[in-house]
Design a protein. Structure first.
Lengths: 284, 271, 321
């Protein structure tokens, strides 16, 4: 256990160095703020071009805003983990050295994801603050269900990290344009998991897909926790389920995805070793 | 041997791995053709959930297709010098007598096939799946706008590439920063006039802003009400921007190379 | 006299901002390399060899001093230089993994504007010379380190440069691969009039074997520059011999013979190893006669001379490692 913790700690340290030591702290902060705010503003502008004001449909606005803000975990953590494999293999060429070290590679990847999670958390808080103080997002801090939010965050982040581990395994086998993996998988979640629109907008088959992905339940729980009492539970398409039931669905789907992700990673890992792809360079 | 012939051959040489790469590593077919449609579909459903007019579906499909080129400019051209530096190829490029712009042009031309396939597939699949109605009344004008937009953004990409001769990961993070903020200020998924005149005007320094706005006017009936400026004016401005960025790229590449050689950063890895 | 390289008072520093001491990588280097010469640059890690090569190959600007390569200034006229030079580094990982050996080589020739047919012909010939013919259609990902480095050397020579920089080209290679590369370099200079090689290495054997002249560099300064033979001669005039013999009587008497300066005897199970230093090599005949008249049999005779490492130690006070 101590060994695993040490691996996690030093992988996190390495990840932090790579994330942050390329520039001065103030520029790093600007960069960390500008990206998430811009991504959010795209959706806000799309909303405003149709509905003119955040007050026209505050429920939809809040639904979209919270979903998009917390979705950053999915996009950034998945991207970050895939980039670990890509950079370590293609550019720093350290992947093979870490791979043969007597550490758990899963733990190493999870450790590298930790700084991404920390930075994304800060970005989300900034985005939420921007939403509340600039755009008029209505969050009543007195009614936020902090316990539910904390539980949802723990389970949700573990699930996201495990999906990232699966994608990392797939990255072992793909070339440099495998960065499209991140875009594709994140796009799939963005479409089917009710991130910025209720899943009821999708065709039936699309809704069925969404209901099989833990991110859908995670975002619903997060919204209900943050916007408790606002009626947001009536929009997402899961109105007939209570928080407890949705949390249970989240746990079950996470467990399933955990098993699938582990299987994918192990298979990809074995295949990569068989085909000698662990130290391949594919940039062109 | 004339410089033109040398640079032409250099361009062909550098384009070669880009043209061949997709055939030898075909995993891109899934990840770069089908999966990006998902993100686009999400934006379409987002608009639909708000009851947006159907023309906005077309806007999203067009914007999504053009992201293929913008991402190509940022990552497969501008940031390429960073990757080349890390793998040791950059010093061999700098050692060779070819023009730096020839190398970058080779990357652009070589990557054009892959990028165009992604863009066209996004167009076609997007239009078919979401039943987008297009009405192209002036196909030559549309082609001209498209080509000038590409020349201008690739010229901009060459200019960005010069930064990577000096910077290391800072430039790579700069490229990351040029995704969402540019999607925002260039109005990839919404009419740029929504940002207000002055912000839209400032965003027009990025050629794809006016390119998208002009293409929307030329492709979708009834989109004039969402236009920022007339497409004719936008085309003229973009021609100017194309010339400007290509000239700026030439100067910037030379200046940054000298700066990198002076500071010893031209071949310095892991900055 | 035409010089391929002329450096005068060349200095290169790094850093030195914010009150920190700058790192002096090259310190007032003066160097002349004649056209047609195979010139070696010998020095330990961090001596400044690679920095010097980068300046000469126009990848780095000098901090001060003037440098001309093939008659052109490296600062003002780098484009003219680039048409006529090339460079190969040890442990190089250039090229693209998805392309074959032949494709990678062809691509690099295009950066020099070489017509395709000419390039392909040269590549085919050189692949034969380096024993890479059966690998020409293999992707870079599938070839070994030695094969890759041979390919890198081909890449350097295939553009037919007038001056080529070889920065530790045999680094990390096995004996066979190193031999092939060194043999090619030697033949290339010998057979091509006016072609120049600047070779950096810290394998003194390589420098000794190949180079017409060697410069020894340490901490950014040229300490000595001459032919390998002259450099070694400058260290010592005495020759060291080692004779293995069967046991014989009055072994210590060897040390008393005229011209023998020192004697060391090592007894092994069934033989003796007699090491001695001679002022004059002609005394060796007397020594052998002494041994054989005392019923000893000479099993082997070896002469050791000062090496370039001895030269370096003599100049600097530490080894090349």
């Amino acid at each position: 256990m101590r060994e695993q913790f040490r691996t996690l700690k030093y992988a996190a340290w390495l990840g932090w160095q790579i994330e942050s030591n390329w520039t001065k702290p103030w520029l790093f902060i600007v960069y960390s703020i500008a990206k998430p705010i811009s991504a959010t503003l795209i959706l806000v502008l799309m909303y405003l071009v149709i509905l003119s004001s955040s007050l026209t449909r505050p429920d939809i606005f809040a639904f979209m805003f919270i979903g998009n803000a917390f979705y950053m975990y999915v996009a950034q953590v998945l991207f970050g983990i895939v980039m670990v494999i890509h950079e370590d293999r293609e550019h720093y060429q350290t992947l093979k050295l870490i791979y043969i070290a007597p550490i758990s590679f899963y733990v190493y990847i999870l450790g590298r994801a930790v700084p991404k999670i920390v930075i994304t958390t800060i970005a989300i808080l900034i985005t939420l603050a921007f939403g509340v103080f600039v755009l008029g997002l209505d969050i009543n801090f007195a009614t936020v269900n902090w316990a539910l939010l904390a539980l949802a965050m723990i389970v949700g982040l573990m699930c996201i990290c495990m999906i990232g581990v699966a994608l990392a395994g797939v990255s072992f086998l793909t070339a440099k344009h495998g960065m499209g993996i991140n875009e594709g998988i994140a796009g799939m979640f963005y479409l089917f998991c009710g991130v910025v629109f209720p899943i009821t907008v999708l065709p039936q088959w699309g809704q069925a897909v969404g209901l099989g992905i833990p991110i859908t339940y995670w975002l619903e729980i997060v919204r209900r926790a943050v916007l408790s009492g606002s009626g947001v539970e009536n929009i997402g398409g899961l109105q007939s389920y209570s928080e407890t039931e949705i949390f249970l669905f989240l746990l079950i789907s996470c467990a399933l995805f955990f098993a699938i992700s582990l299987a994918i990673f192990r298979y990809a890992d074995r295949l990569a070793r068989k085909k000698g792809k662990l130290d391949m360079t594919t940039s062109y | 041997m004339s410089d033109w012939l040398l640079n032409y051959r250099a361009m062909v040489g550098r384009a070669y791995p880009r043209i061949l790469g997709p055939w030898r590593e075909p995993s891109w077919v899934l990840f770069d053709i089908f999966l990006p449609l998902l993100g686009i579909a999400a934006f379409i459903f987002y608009y639909r959930s708000m009851g947006a007019p159907e023309v906005f579906t077309g806007f999203v499909v067009l914007g999504g297709a053009m992201t293929a080129f913008w991402i190509n400019v940022l990552w497969s051209m501008a940031a390429q010098f960073y990757w080349e530096k890390e793998t040791g190829n950059l010093q061999l490029y700098m050692l060779a007598p070819m023009s730096r712009m020839a190398v970058l042009a080779g990357m652009a031309v070589g990557g054009m096939f892959f990028t165009s396939v992604r863009a066209v597939s996004t167009f076609v699949l997007g239009f078919l799946i979401f039943n987008v109605q297009i009405q192209v009344t002036e196909p030559l004008a549309l082609m001209a706008v498209f080509l000038v937009t590409l020349i201008a953004i690739y010229g901009m990409g060459m200019m960005f590439a010069s930064l990577y001769l000096v910077w290391g990961r800072g430039a790579m993070n700069f490229s990351t920063l040029m995704q969402e903020p540019i999607y925002l200020v260039s109005g990839f998924y919404f009419p740029v006039r929504q940002l207000g005149f002055w912000v839209a005007a400032a965003g027009s320094i990025i050629p794809i802003t006016l390119g998208l706005d002009a293409m929307r006017q030329l492709m979708f009936a009834g989109s004039d009400v969402f236009a920022f400026l007339t497409w004719q004016f936008e085309l003229v401005v973009m021609v100017g921007l194309a010339a400007f960025f290509l000239l700026l790229a030439r100067f910037s590449l030379s200046y940054m190379e000298n700066l990198a050689k002076r500071d010893g950063r031209l071949t310095l890895r892991w900055q | 006299m035409v010089f391929a390289i002329e450096a005068e008072s060349l200095t290169r520093t790094f850093g030195g901002k914010k009150g920190k001491e700058p790192l002096v990588a090259l310190d007032n280097v003066n160097l002349e390399v004649k056209e047609g010469e195979l010139f070696g640059l010998l020095g330990p890690n961090g001596a400044g060899k690679t920095t010097l090569i980068k300046i000469l190959s126009t990848l780095l600007l000098p901090s001060s001093g003037t440098v001309k390569v093939l008659g052109h200034d490296v600062v003002k006229d780098s484009q003219s230089i680039r048409r006529r030079i090339n460079m190969v580094s040890g442990g190089e990982s250039s090229g693209y993994g998805i392309l074959t050996v032949k494709e990678n080589l062809w691509m690099f020739t295009q950066f020099y504007g070489i017509p395709s047919e000419v390039a392909k012909r040269r590549i085919d010939e050189m692949l034969v010379s380096f024993g890479l013919v059966d690998k020409k259609n293999s992707t870079l990902r599938t070839i070994s380190t030695g094969q890759r480095q041979k390919m890198n050397v081909v890449r350097g020579f295939v553009t037919d440069p007038d001056l080529i920089f070889l920065d530790e080209p045999t680094l990390g290679l096995d004996v066979n691969a190193s031999f092939i590369i060194r043999d090619y370099i030697r033949r290339w200079v010998k057979e091509q009039q006016g072609k120049t090689v600047l070779l950096t290495t810290h394998y003194m054997l390589e420098a000794d074997e190949l180079c017409d002249r060697v410069a020894i560099i340490d901490r950014g300064r040229i300490l000595a520059c001459d032919t390998p033979a002259n450099l070694k001669r400058s260290v010592s005039r005495d020759s060291t011999f080692s004779i293995a013999t069967t046991p014989f009587k009055q072994v210590s008497g060897v040390g008393q013979l005229p011209g023998v300066k020192g004697l060391e005897v090592k007894e092994q199970s069934d033989r003796l190893e007699v090491n001695f230093v001679l002022e004059d090599e002609s005394v060796i005949a007397d020594i052998i006669s002494y041994i054989t008249t005392r019923q000893g049999k000479v099993l082997s005779l070896a002469k050791s001379q000062p090496t370039l490492e001895d030269v370096f130690i003599g100049l600097v006070g530490r080894g090349l490692g």
